[in-house]
Design a protein around this ligand. Sequence first.
Ligand SMILES: C[S@@+](CC[C@H](N)C(=O)[O-])C[C@H]1O[C@@H](n2cnc3c(N)ncnc32)[C@H](O)[C@@H]1O
Length: 282
Amino acid sequence: MIEDQPKNTLTPLAAHTLRRCIHSLCGLVLDESRDYLIRDRLLWVIEKYQLDGFDQLANDVEKGLNQKLTNDVMESILTCETSFFRDPHIFEAMRTHLFPHLFQNKEAHHSPINIWCAGVSTGQEAYSIGMMASHFVEPPFGRYRSKVSVLATDISQNALAIGKKGVYRASEVDRGLNQELKARCFRQEGDHLRVSDDLRKMISFDYLNMVTSFRLDQSFDLILCRNVLIYFDLEQRQKIIDRLWQHLGNHGYLVLGAAENLYGLKTDLQSVRYGDLLCYQK
Ligand SMILES: C[S@@+](CC[C@H](N)C(=O)[O-])C[C@H]1O[C@@H](n2cnc3c(N)ncnc32)[C@H](O)[C@@H]1O
């Protein structure tokens, strides 16, 4: 008699298939040491769709039998960790060095400042950048008139939905913001806080998968692509950096995560140091 294997048994073949599918869906590289992630994060998908186990899940994803299921798999495996003013020293260096530079330059040419947060997750990064920028343009502090717009993109529709809504737990907002910013940029909604309409208007959220070829119809003065490249292999990183390069305006800046760099990649971007921030310029 053949005994049924438990639903949570991840066979080597199912693991291999799922790793390959996840890589082609979103570029994420998972090696065998991450099989626990596949097991822990995808078991609920098996329950939700009442599948026999991981073998059936792998088969359904590989054959593309159910788009919703495939999407659930991808959403479950993405790491969307983020926070307001994540790595504060990076934001401080942008505030004291990079932004004044950007504003002076743009003000002189009467042109707007375009910023892109690629891999923005649930929006806190874009709102942090927006809050910082508004400090330069709004009274009583700001003395520039440049218009600032922020494009915020991600592959995760779940994360984007949270970003678009702009409602966060009070504890989360308290962690990254001082009272002045909190009062200026949020309003209380029960035990949550909602970003102000002015700040919300500055940001537009959109779906974008960075491992597929894409062409945006604008160029950017500043691109943030933080804590995203670490999930990709060298080949994908090279492609992404090339695409980001195409979307940077002349002398535009690229800011990566605090622990990321362009080591091993071919690029004409020049590294520039502003205080604690090592960024790259076209
Ligand atoms: C760890 S979060 C970083 C969020 C934010 N940039 C930060 O540093 O706080 C990584 C984000 O990259 C996104 N991501 C992963 N693969 C992607 C892809 N192929 N295209 C676009 N975004 C992707 C994930 O959905 C996730 O929201």
